[in-house]
Write a protein that binds this ligand. Structure first.
Ligand SMILES: Nc1ncnc2c1ncn2[C@@H]1O[C@H](COP(=O)(O)OP(=O)(O)OP(=O)(O)O)[C@@H](O)[C@H]1O
Ligand SMILES: CC(=O)N[C@H]1[C@@H]2OC[C@@H](O2)[C@@H](O)[C@@H]1O[C@H](C)C(=O)O
Length: 371
């Protein structure tokens, strides 16, 4: 087994999650410590701006944002530095790092005008390798998109490994900026895709309407009532009815939210509507699963939002429980997964599958850069 450190900086732009895991890429051995190093507010704001710039570029692809753009280069430097700090703060000996990087654009199907698909994670893997003295696995999504896959989600194969002894069928739900579900059948079959927005639009809303950058403990949303008309328009979005495979960019629903009239609502009603929408996306996702799961296990920051957990429990007929109910760490799960995926890269094992990203066949991916 390898001693790995997984590093994930998700679509919520809240910081770097780091986790230590012993694994051969298939089995998971000892699970070590984990931590989150938050981004400082300036870096968070600049990364958010980078997302906007990348998605506003001409032709709706990233052609307008060059790799050597000084603003991008500066963000990458600060982002990578934070990852170096996260590895140092963890303070654990390791053999290999799995470095996801920050997604600034995700358009696996291209720009809709015949341009190539692209998924873009930024971060300087070579610098991270030099600074830590460890080999770094990175660029986990490109090979899948090049082969016609969605490039996301990647974590399902790790969910399946962790859930080996749990009753099936099982659904694992990650509620980050974007939501994603992994369905694991009794025979090990995997179906996984992005459900829709989870906390992303709610964070943006809370940042503009309250003192915190998120709907802390669900208090803002709990003070409001979902607006039935806005909610109905949002739930009619074609993404929800589309069959998997499918995946999302963090900003994919921005225009739909405007068009549905979210801006006409009060702070509390808008937050309540966004919570109801995120839960409604999961209920819509459930209709695409091959069979009803026995259980929903919820990981990611959204499980800390009581309004969202209540809305999910109301929207789904099966029990909805935080990942901790089966002994997992719902905050560290994605970072742990990138340690396991790094070991899979090292061994040339597939990362993506027809049932997860729509890859044409089980597909290896990722690259390793030495120190
Ligand atoms: N106490 C809380 N109350 C309400 N919401 C919370 C709380 N704690 C965390 N969150 C939500 O969880 C989000 C962070 O979730 P997480 O760290 O899982 O996202 P991520 O890993 O960045 O995203 P992704 O999985 O999409 O890549 C925050 O932005 C916030 O919306
Ligand atoms: C392109 C990208 O970064 N996608 C993320 C995002 O955040 C949640 C969801 O959308 C998921 O598809 C994916 O992350 C997890 C780690 C995954 O690939 O499994």
């Amino acid at each position: 087994m390898l001693r790995t450190i997984g590093l994930m900086s998700g679509t919520s732009l809240d910081g770097v999650d780091a986790a230590w895991v012993e694994t051969d890429g298939e089995a998971i051995g000892r699970i070590g410590p984990s931590l989150t190093l938050p981004y400082d507010p300036a870096l968070r704001a600049d990364l958010r701006r980078l997302l906007d710039i990348a998605s506003r570029a001409p032709g709706q692809d990233a052609a307008g944002l060059r790799e050597d753009d000084p603003f991008l280069v500066d963000c990458v430097r600060r982002l990578t530095h934070r990852h170096v700090e996260a590895v140092a703060a963890l303070g654990e000996a390791a053999d290999l790092i799995g470095f996801h990087g920050q997604t600034i654009l995700h358009r696996p199907q291209g720009d809709g005008r015949g341009g190539p698909g692209r998924t873009w994670q930024v971060g300087d893997a070579a610098w991270l390798a030099r600074a830590t003295g460890l080999p770094v696995a990175h660029d986990f999504r490109t090979a899948d998109v090049a082969a016609g896959g969605q490039g996301a989600p990647l974590v399902p194969v790790v969910h399946a490994a962790l859930a080996a002894a749990l009753p099936k069928p099982l659904a694992v739900l990650n509620l980050g900026g974007v939501g994603n579900v992994t369905w694991i059948g009794a025979d090990g079959a995997l179906v996984a895709f992005d459900t829709g927005p989870a906390n992303g639009p709610l964070d943006d809303w809370a940042r503009r309407h309250g003192p915190h950058g998120y709907d802390r403990d669900g208090l803002l949303s709990a003070a409001g009532t979902p607006d039935a008309a806005v909610l109905a328009r949002l739930l009619a979005h074609p993404y929800l009815a589309a069959p998997p495979p499918k995946s999302l960019d963090r900003l994919d629903f921005q225009r739909a939210l405007q068009a549905a009239g979210i801006e006409t609502l009060s702070a509390a009603d808008g937050a309540a509507t966004l919570v109801a929408f995120s839960a409604g996306c999961v209920a819509a996702a459930a209709r695409h699963l091959p069979a009803p799961p026995r259980d929903w296990l919820v990981a990611g920051g959204g499980r800390r939002n009581p309004s969202l957990m209540r809305a999910l429990a109301a929207a789904l007929p099966q029990p909805v429980r935080p990942a901790e109910a089966v002994g997992w760490d719902g905050d560290a799960l994605e970072a742990q997964a990138f340690g396991v995926l790094a070991a899979r890269v090292r061994r040339g094992l597939p990362l993506t599958f027809p049932g997860t990203t729509g890859a044409p066949r089980p597909l290896p991916g990722g690259r390793i850069v030495g120190p």
